[in-house]
Write a protein that binds this ligand. Structure first.
Ligand code: AMP
Length: 427
């Protein structure tokens, strides 16, 4: 009978193991390379923040804040929350470190785990990973366009084709205020026919009623005023400039008037990206501009725009021929035989050889198995070569190699053999 309790990763979380973690690392390397091309620097914010930061930044009426936060009291009685997203934290850091006095805009990216208490299902986890970028302190349309160009370049480098940007404007603050009033005025006489949730939203945030899943409410909304009719000329002009840049940079896009996204803080441009390989539902990435968040968090009025990509989902839909799927070779396997073997007392000779190989830049490890098993292991680990250290080799200062791909076997002077192995890892 087993002695100890067996544990499992908590519901909605999972272990990522090799070789899958190799793909994650290559996706993140690609992100870092592309972010560097655009002059973005990495920001690492804490995994938890004051709960109020998200309540204010993300919005009290969003599902994230209303239902999905991992919140707890620490031993000092502080109300904290595991970060469900990062834009609010980035803006908090922008204000806290006085980044408004740096040359503007400030370009930041982040990579890491986020937490939402969601019903676990395919592609939705309670601990998930986002790759995101924020351009804070920019000026309107050109900021939006830079963020979209960066995002498209990243996805293209990962091998996605047929990318299309779905775009909409949710208006600037003035347009939103005007629209909120227009919508409330339209819905007030219909109040009795709305669900309890929607009646509450009528008071708190009528725009969210537009997201309703109820057929009856959708019917009521048919005659509702559209946001377009409330757009200020400034907001309309901003959106026109974004659209004309899409054409200038030959980015394929379509305007989706119903695209509003779940977060309350967006103003002006909001977007999602779809590709031939991506299912339409469950977008891999989304983003938009936000004009009041920094001010809401105690800073000056500041224009921000950014995106977040769900890395878990991105990896699920990564094209089969994506460069991020290309495996790098595994370690060279080294085995000692005969008198040189570990049983023969040659264990330290082997450690010495392994260190010599590593110093020459050759990834390697002790094989720990022999004969047919050795070649099974070589295949499982994608080892490009196997090295034998035997009595003869010790005596003559030579090494025997087997190159796995060509099955070529040879015995070479030690330094020549090491150089040959190093060659296998030069790309
Ligand atoms: P959002 O911050 O809600 O705009 O989400 C941005 C992206 O993060 C989404 O498009 C998803 O791909 C991803 N995402 C959000 N929540 C989860 C989750 N619970 N599990 C996995 N991915 C998620």
């Amino acid at each position: 009978m087993a002695k100890g309790k067996r544990f499992q990763a908590p519901k909605g979380t999972r272990d990522l193991l090799p070789p899958a973690t190799g793909v994650w690392a290559r996706v993140e390397e690609t992100a870092r390379r592309v972010f560097a091309l655009y002059g973005y620097g990495e920001i690492r914010t804490p995994l938890f923040e004051e709960t109020e930061l998200f309540a204010r930044g993300v919005g009290e009426t969003t599902d994230i804040v209303g239902k999905e936060m991992y919140s707890f009291l620490d031993k000092g009685g502080r109300q904290l929350t595991l970060r469900p997203e990062s834009t609010a934290a980035v803006c908090r850091a922008y204000v806290e470190h006085g980044m408004q006095s740096l040359p503007q805009p400030v370009r930041l990216f982040y990579v890491g785990p986020h937490f939402r208490y969601e019903r676990p299902q395919k592609g939705r986890y309670r601990q998930f990973h986002q790759i995101g970028a924020e351009l804070v302190g920019g000026r309107g349309a050109e900021s939006d366009v830079e963020i979209l160009l960066l995002l498209v370049r990243f996805l293209r480098e990962l091998g996605f084709t047929g990318l299309k940007i779905l775009l909409n404007t949710v208006g600037d603050v003035a347009s939103r205020t005007a629209y909120r009033e227009a919508l409330r005025e339209y819905l007030l006489p219909l109040r009795e026919r709305l669900s309890e949730d929607s009646r509450r939203r009528l008071e708190t945030n009528p725009l969210r009623i537009l997201d309703t899943k109820s057929a009856e409410e959708q019917e009521l909304l048919r005659g509702a005023p559209t946001l377009e009719s409330s757009l200020t000329s400034v907001a309309a002009d901003h959106f026109r400039r974004v659209l004309s840049s899409m054409e200038a940079f030959r980015l394929s896009y379509s305007v989706e008037p119903r695209l509003v996204r779940g977060l309350d803080y967006y103003t002006n441009t909001v977007f999602e990206i779809v590709s031939e390989g991506l299912g339409a539902q469950n977008a891999v990435c989304g983003g938009g501009a936000y004009e009041s968040m920094v001010e809401e968090l105690g800073g000056p009025p500041t224009y921000g725009v950014g995106f977040a990509i769900g890395e878990d989902r991105l990896i699920e839909v990564l094209p089969a021929d994506s460069p991020a799927r290309r495996k790098s070779p595994g370690p060279v396997l080294v085995t000692a035989v005969g008198k040189a073997s570990i049983e023969g007392g040659g264990g330290l000779e082997l450690v010495g050889l392994l260190e010599e190989l590593r110093a020459a830049g050759v990834p390697c490890r002790e094989a720990g198995s022999r004969g047919a098993k050795l070649f099974d292991l070589a295949e499982a680990l994608d080892a490009p070569a196997v090295v034998f250290l035997g009595e003869d080799e010790l005596g003559s200062g030579s090494l025997s190699l087997r190159i796995v791909a060509s099955r070529e076997q040879s015995t070479l002077p030690r330094s020549e053999a090491i150089a040959r192995l190093a060659e296998l890892f030069r790309t």
